[in-house]
Design a protein around this ligand. Sequence first.
Ligand SMILES: *Cc1c(COP(=O)(O)O)cnc(C)c1O
Length: 480
Amino acid sequence: MRYLSTRGHADRKRFCEILLEGLAPDGGLYLPERYPQIDGAALQRLRASFNGGKPGGYAALAFDILSLYIDDIPAADLRALCDKTYTEAVFGTPQIVPLKKLDDGFYLEALSNGPTLAFKDMAMQLLGNLFEYELARRGEELNILGATSGDTGSAAEYAMRGKKGVRVFMLSPHGRMSPFQQAQMFSLMDENIHNIAIEGVFDDCQDIVKDVSNDLAFKRAHKIGTVNSINWARLLAQVVYYFAGYFQATSENTEQVSFTVPSGNFGNVCAGHVARQMGLPIRTLVVATNENDVLDEFFRTGVYRVRGSADTHETSSPSMDISKASNFERFVFDLLGRNGDRVKAFFGEGLSREGRFDLSADPAFAEAARHYGFRSGKSTHANRLDTIRDVFQRHRVMIDTHTADGVKVAREHLEAGTPMVVLETALPIKFAETIVEALGQHPDRPAQFHGIEALPKRVKVMSARTAAVQAYIAEHCTPA
Ligand SMILES: *Cc1c(COP(=O)(O)O)cnc(C)c1O
């Protein structure tokens, strides 16, 4: 299997070459040349591998799917990496992603029982093991630089902690994350994890990461890399849980299932698109947004409009607060018949200049719903509170704010005879303030998180200056 860029650059690369890379040289995103096709017999074999979620089933399923896309890691090694990643010890249950039934034909798929209680662990835990494996094979090291306002940073740190050959330098806005999130990240004492709290807002952190990435000499000399959501390996790892959700919601491979996905950067739901293109019987993929409705607007109108910062809202489902959806380019590439020139015209300089493109009159736009099965909807703070209350009162289940956006929008897209699976993307304890607002009571706290706010913290507070961050990295990135 080779990988190509959504913007048409001629190079074709193998999996391990793009694993440690960010964007393609032309600024595009990597996708496989083709999606491997799962026929009826192959789907039956995958169902047998998953084995109803018995111990080891999810890891076996992950191996089967990953090996369709990865041919430059020996099978026995890839199998060992999957076995090591998807364990009950790390994810809390043998099924790894158990379904919770709310009503007949209406389920939550639990993706947030990993170490940081958000779905990003599903992919990031595998990425940590893949990075360690590939860096050891090459005899190289990597210094991961990132900016976070919450979920991504902690998922990356918990995935990379203690991994050989990898260091993490994670910037976060000083004093602006929730006490729980700060405690999760700053209580890590691993030597290869560096928390840097920047005196500024999240955008200041991101600007510093951009400056460092644009300093090519520094980047090369200090082996700087990233783990952001455009990484193909992260997306690929997410494809697996669409299959696991499908097998749990059906007993026959002839049945169809729909999924609703709380969406920000379009990474999670893009994995659903890949699963559907492989032949998994998905009827509808429902994209649920919060007040930051870039994607809902596109699927309703055909207009994709990047928001300015004044137009980007801080909401109570903060991990979906985006001004543009960085993985969306992958779907548009498929939608436009994989025409790299057209994608480049839309997402290249044109987009940064105009801030929008309009496909409403393009015949391809009708295919987003008709051929690719996409629908969308939007949820607000008031909807979130109502949904959290309703699900708690009727089912005694507490859901987090992002999952609530999913449940609200899913209910608008139910079809008789087709099960609906809503992806649960975080646990309520991460967003306790809004849960208290909705229910007047505190969310349950998993035992391993009791008292984490009181643990000692390891964090360096710095002013928002790129040079200062670079000096800190230089000082800490050479092995003693
Ligand atoms: C990251 C995140 C999302 C959004 O996922 P995308 O892949 O960016 O669409 C939704 N919910 C939670 C809790 C998240 O952490």
